[in-house]
Design a protein around this ligand. Sequence first.
Ligand code: MN
Length: 227
Amino acid sequence: MSDYVIPVPAVATIPVASGGSFPVRRVYCIGRNYAAHAIEMGHDPDREAPFFFQKNPNNLDASGQFPYPPHTSDVHHEAELTVVLKSGGTNIPVEKALDHVYGYALSLDMTRRDLQGEMKKAGRPWEIGKAFERSAPIGPIHTVSEVGHLGSGAITLKVNGDLRQEGDLNQLIWKTPEMISYLSEYFELAAGDVIMTGTPSGVGPVVKGDVMEMEVAGLGSLTVTVI
Ligand code: MN
């Protein structure tokens, strides 16, 4: 018998395409990692040190539905490649970083842009704009043994069939191995950690009933309906 004094919260998981569930420990998200998106958000696209924020493991949602969240009238889609780790550590060299990757998935960093904007203006943390319930729709994980490592390839998002976001993974300012290495200098990475790698340009609002369809070359598609 355990001595937990309340029921143990469920472990957040992501389905794996080839079978099984990936348990999630932490969710790191990188900001402004495609030059064209940095420009559209009013920032200099020059390569400065990357910055990160976090979502909660149980913000991940593989249901294919995104409930329109409260206290906002400007929820944006951000289509992002997600990297998941099977191991970690600290001070991981760039050339060893990909050894820690278990697989890749399609994901959406859904953002209450109006609330994020208010927090930015006030110099406050972004959680209220980023880390809300079901704010990270995600597709199944494709393992490295199935799909290899993804350094290039189209990343797109359509809303109701109209192309809204378009980029290529080769446009990432900070590449996957660099992100892992950099994070590991500041945090101890571990199996179960998830990294959302940033979004290409073309972010914009959705409304109830919209159907978002994301694709990454080599990883298939993710369809999410706003409910
Ligand atoms: Mn993002």
